[in-house]
Write a protein that binds this ligand. Structure first.
Ligand code: PRT
Ligand code: ZN
Length: 304
């Protein structure tokens, strides 16, 4: 645990504090998310605090491993951290002291068991009495217990992927996204034990009313940003006879707007907000159903 950021000084008191990773995979995404939520801040990575300029919100930039504790203790009311880090903290401490209020759409990865390529193990059931190196002893032990496998969990601070080569372990349990690191270290993925994304966590400690209102406002804006990320505005022309089929094919669209087309009684214009990704296949299916003049536009803002 690194030194906690100092919270002295009236500039911070009374302001909502959100803990973010200082310099890592989640940093840019998290700053971009809060900025899309309308928060302007002085962005200075060398300092521990980013001051919100237009809202009483400050961002505490820390190591990701410190975020669960800062939020659990109420030093920061909220934080953005990988679910892997948040759940590990909960398992190691044996109690939940924050709520995972939102699962975000970035920082996706999986915690997976892996063995050297030449190993014959086919599943976790083949790892009985073996040594498993990991930086996530809580999640690893929890998974082994749910599967009824007894193995030795070797806790390392990093460089887990080289542990088998160094003779420190027979298997590893580490984060994977593309699988490139495993392949480069001649390791083979055995089983995913946990799927993770970044999450917005909120303390169980009491939060005063003004800050709670601000927090709820941030959460509603986060919902808006995430909906917009997935949403597209579609415009197309459809033969009247095919309207029902074309509406059915629009992904996640609620009652589209149907408009007459000047001088063409057989066709209508259809406008719809699709709340799911619109793939090329979707457009091709729409065209097969008779749609023409299809236009897909990004959505800038959305508020329920
Ligand atoms: O310094 P600090 O402690 O803050 O950062 P950190 O080094 O602990 O974390 P960082 O920045 O690497 O990751 C932050 C969070 O991003 C993690 O807690 C996860 O929630 C998430 N995340 C998403 C990942 C990955 N993808 C990921 N691929 N975290 C780590 N990795 C590493 C993994 O450990 C392995 O070494 O990338 C390698 C595997 O990647 P592939 O693509 O080769 O499979
Ligand atoms: Zn870390």
């Amino acid at each position: 645990m690194n030194a906690k950021p100092q919270t002295n000084g009236s500039a911070i008191d009374g302001r909502l504090k959100i803990a973010l990773q200082n310099n890592g995979r989640l940093t840019d995404h998290s700053l971009a998310l809060l900025s899309r939520c309308g928060l302007n801040f002085t962005r200075d990575r060398d300092h521990l605090v980013c001051y919100g300029e237009n809202l009483p919100v400050d961002l505490m930039l820390v190591r990701d491993d410190d975020i669960p504790e800062l939020v659990a203790d109420g030093i920061c009311e909220a934080g953005i951290v990988g679910q892997n880090v948040a759940t590990e903290f909960t398992l190691v401490h044996g109690e939940t002291r924050y709520t995972e209020s939102r699962v975000l759409d970035y920082g996706r990865c999986r915690l997976a068991l892996a063995v050297p390529t030449e190993d014959t193990a086919r599943s976790v059931d083949d790892l009985g009495n073996k040594r498993i190196a990991t930086t996530y002893p809580g999640l690893t032990a929890h998974f082994l217990a749910t599967r009824g496998v007894t193995a030795e969990v070797v806790t390392l601070k990093g460089a887990v992927e080289i542990a088998p080569r160094l003779g420190k372990a027979d298997a590893i349990c580490d984060l994977v996204s593309t699988g490139r690191t495993l392949r480069a270290n001649r390791l083979r993925e055995l089983e995913t034990i946990y799927e993770s994304s970044a999450a917005f966590i909120v303390t169980h400690r009491p939060i005063d009313e003004e800050k709670r209102e601000l927090l709820d406002r941030m959460l509603r804006r986060i919902d808006g940003v995430m909906q917009v990320n997935e949403s597209k505005y579609i415009m197309l022309h459809a033969p009247r006879a095919q309207l029902a089929e074309i509406t059915r094919l629009l992904p996640g669209a609620e009652s589209p707007t149907v408009l007459p087309l000047e001088g063409n009684a057989d066709k209508v214009a259809v406008h719809a907000v699709c709340r799911e990704s619109v793939f090329w296949e979707t457009l091709e299916n729409l065209r097969s159903a008779g749609a023409t003049a299809m236009l897909v536009l990004p959505v800038e803002k959305m508020l329920a």
